[in-house]
Each structure stands twice: as C-alpha cells, then as structure tokens.
Design a protein around this ligand. Structure first.
Ligand code: SAH
Ligand code: SF4
Length: 343
C-alpha cells in the first residue's frame, strides 16, 4: 500500500472491500476534509480503524519540532520513508495561518545564497508527501484557519511539476482550500510557468527575481542562463492573462548587491507593466554565502524608490530566524543540529 496521502480513492476502496460502500467516503473525508488519523475516526468500528491505520501509514515521521515568535511560528523537520529530511513551517497571524511547504528534498537549481541550494538535490517529493505536510500543518493550526499554503519551503516546485499540481488539486478539491490562497513560488522555470498558466488553477504565482538585469541575475540565479529575464517576464504575462491572478516578484535584498538605486529602477521597469506586486525581504544569512542582508534603513529606502515609481511593494516580516525557519534557511539534509541551535 502507498503512504496515507499517496493512496488513491481506488486504493482506499480496495482496502475497504467487503465493507459498506459509504465507508470509502467516510475514510477519504476523514483523512482529507477533517484531517484526522484513522485511529481517531470514531465513526468506524475499532477493528476497522486499526486496519486502516496499519494499511495507510503516514509518510512523514517527526524528527524535530521547533518553536519561535512566541509560538506563532512552528517548524517541523520530517524524516521520510527513505531517510530523506524535509521541513514545513507554520506561521500564524491573528486567526489565520499559512503553511510553507517543501516540494523536493533539496534543490538542483544551485542558487548560491540559498541554504537548500547549497546542499544540492536529493529527490522529488511525492504528491502524498506534499499533501500530508498541509494536513499536518492544518491540524497543528487548531482554531486558526489555514488560509494559505506557499511553496516556499525546500525545492523548486516547477521542477516537480506533475506532483505539485496534483497536490494543489487535492488541496483545493479534497482539503477544501481556496486556490487563491495557494502560492507557487518559482525561480523562473519558464516551461513550468507556461504550463501552469493552462491548468485552469487560479493559484498565485511568485517569481523569485532578485535581479532585474541578466548579468546580475546570471550570477545570483544560475537558471537565468537558461531562461533569461525576457523569457521569464513573458511567461509571467502569459500566466497573468490566462488566470487573471496577481503576480508577485520576490526580492531578497543583499547588501551592496541588488539594493542600489539602479536595481530599484530596473525592477520597477519589469514589475510595473505586469502589475506585479514586489515582496522585499532582507537576505537571511546562510553558512555558504558571505553577503549580508540589507540593513533596515536600506530596505525602507529601496521600498520607497519602488513606490515612487508606482510599484506595489511589501516588506516581508522575517519569521522564525531563531529556529532557521526563515526563507532560504531550510536545509534539513544539513542537519538537525542547525535546528536545535539556539541563537
Ligand atoms: N525554489 C522556489 C521556492 C523555494 S525558495 C523559489 O526559489 O522561488 C523560497 C523563497 O526563499 C524564494 O523566494 C527564494 O528566493 C527565497 N530565499 C532563498 N534563500 C534565501 C535567503 N537566504 N534569504 C532570503 N530569501 C531566500
Ligand atoms: Fe532552489 Fe529556490 Fe533555493 Fe534557488 S532559491 S536553490 S530554486 S529552493
């Protein structure tokens, strides 16, 4: 049997052969809409609960849990069946919560400033391994409504296209989340962006730009040599036209690298025609990249330059830095002691 969330409705039906037909729907809804363990499906006879629990084991085994921001940020390191390690972050604000999920163990894109990229690629996650992260996060969110899921954990989602799209469909169909609350963040895999535009899924697309001229972007984001800015921007326009969804550009501000007035001007030229929203975040320092994040005053100055040029811009709050749960710091392969280190 596949893992709990890799099982299809047909697999569940096969497992429940001989039981009344409504049991299949009961188990499926219990796993998805209610997100409970089979052991807690009290509507099932105890023997059946045990059988379902045994036949459909979870894919994620908890390795460590870390807490930051007064309990508003939680990070889990999961051990998968083959020993691969991936992370999920849950961030709560008021009555709502956002899950930041991983799509791959590691990442092959090699962005030097990113801890996941520094550690290299291990493997794609399965559909069920992605869905289960969301189910576990939603359960942990408790009374807070899990309104958003962002593919900003480990990995490049559009390099694991089929499984990511299947997982998104399960989130909207079976888990009952709104596609509008789901953000697929990509470093700029152009064929993936174009394909996504044709799926009829109104998800938000976030493109991690970080540089708005090819010379600098080639250095920061190796994939830019394959899909340069003009191609990325054209694919973004296609996605916007097809879905009507807002687009966002992610920009990790690196001191003296991409925070100059000329960078703001170039970014504005790219963002404005697309109506793209820019999210700024000071670079989080990682072991393998010496550049520091732009200090707060520089972040504000950069933001104001964009605003003056008519760009919608938000400075993202850094969450969970004390537990390495912040963007680009997820590097589970590299180890548990990072997680445990208190700063
Ligand atoms: N591979 C996808 C999604 C995962 S990375 C992508 O690159 O978009 C999620 C976000 O974290 C991206 O915007 C990425 O650029 C950003 N990021 C990576 N390393 C970072 C760092 N050290 N500091 C701040 N943001 C970082
Ligand atoms: Fe991969 Fe995204 Fe990190 Fe680049 S920033 S290495 S694409 S996870």
């Amino acid at each position: 049997m596949p893992s709990r969330y890799d099982a299809s409705p047909a697999d569940v039906a096969e497992l429940l052969a001989g039981e009344p037909a409504y049991r299949v729907r009961q188990v499926w809804d219990g796993l998805h809409r209610r997100g409970v363990d089979p052991g807690d499906m009290t509507e099932l006879p105890a023997a059946l609960r045990r059988r379902v629990a045994e036949a459909l084991p979870p894919a994620l085994e908890l390795a460590t849990e870390s807490v930051a921001d007064g309990g508003d940020t939680l990070k889990w390191l999961w051990r998968l069946g083959d020993g691969a390690l991936v992370e999920t972050v849950l961030m709560a604000t008021g009555s709502r919560a956002t899950a930041c999920v991983s799509s791959q163990a590691g990442c092959a894109m090699g962005c030097g400033f990113c801890a996941t990229g520094q550690a290299g690629f291990e493997r794609n996650l399965s559909e069920g391994e992605i869905v289960e992260q969301v189910v576990r996060a939603r359960r942990a969110a408790g009374d807070r409504r899990l309104s958003n899921v962002v593919f900003m954990g480990m990995g490049e989602p559009l390099a694991n296209y089929d499984r990511v799209v299947a997982a998104v469909r399960r989130m909207t169909g079976d888990l009952g989340l709104s596609a509008r609350g789901i953000t697929v963040s990509t470093v700029g895999v152009v064929p993936g962006i174009r394909r996504l535009a044709g799926e009829g899924l109104p998800v938000t697309l976030a493109v991690s730009l970080h540089a708005a001229n090819d010379a600098l972007r080639d250095e920061l984001v190796p994939l830019n040599r394959r899909y340069p800015l003009d191609a990325v921007v054209a694919a973004c326009a296609e996605h916007r036209a097809a879905t009507g969804r807002r687009l966002s550009f992610e920009w990790a501000l690196m001191d003296g690298v991409n925070d100059r007035p000329s960078d703001a001007a170039e970014l504005a030229e790219r963002a404005r025609p697309l109506g793209a929203h820019v999210n700024l975040i000071p670079l989080n320092p990682t072991p393998g990249w010496p550049t520091r994040g732009t200090p707060a005053a520089g972040v504000r100055a950069f933001r104001d330059r964009l605003r003056t040029r008519g760009v919608n811009v938000t400075v993202r709050r850094t969450r969970g830095t004390s537990i390495d749960a912040a963007c680009g710091q997820l590097r589970a392969g590299h180890e548990v002691q990072i997680t445990a280190r208190a700063r």
